[in-house]
Design a protein around this ligand. Structure first.
Ligand code: CAA
Length: 258
């Protein structure tokens, strides 16, 4: 792959968007490569957590590649948006937990990429924004849909209509960032969280992710029924037996993810 670095170890995969000269802007080749690596990881039962970050110290992803987008026809633009929307949906629905380690600019498609991840841990140097309407377009990698769901309709409209760039603390205040760390702490803290999650009953974590993601797209009654079904499945797992037995015996549970 030309634009993505993939590293793995101890059940954790790290995907680095690697176009630092263009502040890791997403051109169509990068989106395609991201889709390929996501599909491969999704098949891997040994990988439990995925971390997505950007190469270099300045940028997570500074958006879709404007140089490439500039001369697109409407039909090509539709295809680019659909491809990126699909890849981002695949990330959102990966069986693994996906953490964005936002190390700098997360603008346009970069903010949208961070939002399809389950959790956003961010450097104090991170900057978020949706600059699209300043370029004559709207967010097209599902930003108009995920941003209001994450931070509410009013704040999402403000960010998208004004194109204001916000810092890490403001992103934290409005619920876009889960936690803010000093730049040098970001990756160690991201791995720390990955390991903490992996110490839990990972089958249950996967069901909780599915329940949250899919349930939010259902009517209330259906979502409760869906949660009820997934909760019921937990009682067919070894981890449920062990987790509760360990509590009764006042010892640490040995959870196996099955
Ligand atoms: N696409 C293509 N190239 C980009 C880019 C992008 N999104 N963002 C930065 N770059 C390139 C710059 O053109 C520059 O290249 P050269 O050195 O060849 O000139 C290089 O990265 C470094 O950028 P700057 O010199 O501009 O760095 P800076 O520190 O002065 O500014 C910045 C940083 C504020 C992030 C600025 O680069 C910027 O505003 N970038 C564009 C951000 C943007 O508008 N993103 C949204 C794109 S649209 C979109 O994403 C649509 C969608 O819904 C998916």
């Amino acid at each position: 792959m030309n634009n993505i670095i993939f590293e793995e170890g101890k059940g954790i995969a790290k995907i680095i968007i690697n176009r630092p000269k263009a502040l890791n802007a997403l051109n169509s080749e990068t989106i395609k490569e991201l889709g390929t690596v996501i599909n491969e990881i999704s098949e891997r039962e040994d990988i439990k957590v995925v971390i997505i970050t950007g190469a270099g110290e300045k940028s997570f992803v500074a958006g879709a590649d404007i140089t490439e987008m500039k001369d697109l026809t409407a039909i090509q633009a539709k295809e680019l948006s659909r491809k990126a929307q699909n890849v981002f949906s695949e990330i959102e629905n990966m069986p693994q937990v996906v953490i964005a380690a936002v190390n700098g600019y997360a603008l346009g498609g970069g903010c949208e990429l961070s939002m399809c991840c389950d959790i956003r841990l961010v450097s104090s140097k991170a900057r978020f924004g949706q600059p699209e309407v300043g370029l004559g377009i709207i967010p097209g990698f599902a930003g108009t849909q995920r941003l209001p769901r994450l931070i509410g309709k009013g704040r999402a409209k403000e960010l998208i209509f004004t194109t204001d760039m916000i810092d890490a603390q403001e992103a934290y205040r409005i619920g876009l960032a889960n936690k803010v760390y000093n730049p040098e702490e970001l990756l160690p803290k991201t791995y720390e969280m990955a390991e903490k999650i992996m110490s839990k009953a990972m089958y249950a974590v996967g069901l909780a992710k599915a329940s949250i993601n899919n349930g939010l797209n259902m009517d209330t009654e259906s979502s409760y029924n869906y949660e009820n079904s997934l909760w019921t499945i937990c009682f067919a797992t070894e981890d449920q037996k062990e987790g509760m037995q360990a509590f009764i015996e006042k010892r640490k549970a040995i959870l196996k993810g099955c």
